[in-house]
Design a protein around this ligand. Structure first.
Ligand SMILES: [Zn+2]
Length: 443
């Protein structure tokens, strides 16, 4: 029970380290791999086409956005939110009336062409409806996505740790506790609450054992890469299959539920954060910061994949960013007032950039906020292995207030849930009172 990956590592898209696996293969597999390379050589001149376990993009889903966005607006969203580094630009070919997205930077294989609206031709927005400030979430369907699986899967997904004889800290269980309270708070404000999953069982019917072929396939496609755990090739394949299971397959299964059945007005991904172990040893550290993520900030490596390009376009055209920003900033305001922990800073991360909306709110491309349709707010709660937060988590769901993290506080699960619920409610109450006050992030 000593596994805990720092959040930053968790955010690695699978593509990055798959590429390094090849170097760890035993000679027999390397030969196989080399054969694979030569047989595939015409194909390998192109980058990987799909992320592991991903489904082929359904480009037709973008058709509903044809002719509905101007080039100016498209470019503004691209630059501000999704592609601040210009990594998608080499895949795009602009013409008079639209833009074509290509699989490759040589622009030989077109994937999709979007026609722009002309400036005077932008469809009018639906009429703004004043809501009920007393029940600001009435009529809203809010989906809760408690991060990770927990239970029997907590060790495998590397989201648990134990210090001495203390009770193990299992992130999946903490997230679930917060979400159960959050559900009640949101319902009190009028929302209908749905869940991506509400227990400690996987949503996907797949198990790591089902994913060995996928794991090996991606292993064989390996190339230059980054750091990997020091494991034998067999253990590396297993580790790979497990990662494909709890990250790719599990989140994709949740996304199918969200996108095809639940279709919520908002999805809240609820997490606790984790700092790297100091010196690699399991002991507490000082890392009491907070952060919320809004979808965006694709990297060059991610955009080599067709499915990532597809999701970028889908999210850009969906136009949920202003809502995600507004809700995230409202929760951040409550965090600052209620807890006062400082904001996390990702300025030098290379995979996240500031939104300018709140110092707590950053753009980032995470598998959950990428795969779920509709507005998604990804909340990272307090750091589980922070020296002030750890005793607060260990204290459980106590009644009343106790002295924790420097002042009298309610239990961490209730406070977390209340602050998130208040932030969401604040945002929709302001909307109900003054819908024209909607943030326009493109200006
Ligand atoms: Zn988490």
């Amino acid at each position: 029970m000593t596994h805990l990956k720092p959040s930053a590592e968790l955010a690695w898209e699978f593509s990055r380290f798959i590429m390094a696996l090849f170097m760890r293969l035993p000679p027999s597999l390397r030969i196989l791999s080399a054969l694979g390379f030569s047989a595939l050589s015409p194909v390998l001149a192109e980058p990987f086409l799909f992320s592991p376990v991903s489904e082929a993009p359904e480009w037709r889903l973008l058709d509903e956005s044809q002719g509905k966005i101007t080039r100016e607006e498209f470019e503004s969203r691209l630059t501000t939110v999704f592609d601040p580094g210009g990594a998608l630009r080499p895949y795009l070919l602009w013409d008079d009336g639209g833009v074509t997205l290509f699989r490759d930077t040589a622009r030989n294989h077109p994937l999709y062409r979007l026609t722009f609206a002309s400036a005077g031709d932008v469809p009018s927005l639906p009429p703004l409806v004043l809501g009920d400030p007393a029940r600001p979430l009435a009529g809203k369907v809010i989906c809760l996505d408690p991060g990770h699986i927990g239970g029997d899967w907590a060790d495998l997904e590397e989201r648990s740790f134990r210090i001495g004889t203390d009770r193990p800290v299992v992130e999946g269980e903490l997230n679930l506790r917060v979400c159960r309270i959050l559900e009640r708070k949101l319902e009190e404000a009028g929302a209908t609450v749905v869940w991506t999953h509400a227990g400690q069982e996987p949503t996907t019917p797949l198990r790591p054992g089902d994913l060995y072929p996928e794991a090996i396939t991606y292993l064989l496609q390996g190339a230059a890469g980054t750091r990997l755990p020091r494991l034998s090739a067999n253990r590396l394949i297993r580790w790979n299959a497990e990662l494909l299971f709890y990250r790719s397959a599990e989140i994709q299964a949740r996304a199918r539920r969200v996108n095809e059945e639940l279709r919520p007005d908002l999805t809240l991904c609820i997490h606790f954060n984790a700092a790297p172990w100091p010196g690699g040893r399991v002991r507490l550290t000082s890392a009491n910061r907070l952060v919320l993520f809004v979808h965006g900030s694709y990297t060059r490596e991610e955009l080599a994949y067709d499915d990532q390009k597809f999701r970028l376009l889908r999210k850009l055209l969906e136009g949920a960013t202003p809502l995600e920003l507004g809700i995230s900033a409202a929760i951040a305001d409550r965090f600052r007032e209620g807890w006062g922990f400082p904001p996390e800073n990702y300025a030098d991360s290379g995979y996240s950039h500031a939104t300018g909306q709140s110092p707590y709110v950053w753009y980032r491309n995470l598998i959950a906020n990428r795969m779920f349709d509709g507005p998604v707010v990804f909340v990272e709660g307090p750091y589980m292995n922070d020296r002030d937060v750890y005793p607060w988590i260990q204290a459980g769901e106590y009644e009343g207030a106790r002295r924790m993290a420097g002042r009298l506080r309610g239990n961490v699960y209730r406070e977390y849930a209340e602050l998130v619920a208040q932030g969401v409610t604040d945002f929709f109450r302001r909307q109900a009172e003054s819908p024209s006050g909607f943030t326009n992030y493109s200006r």
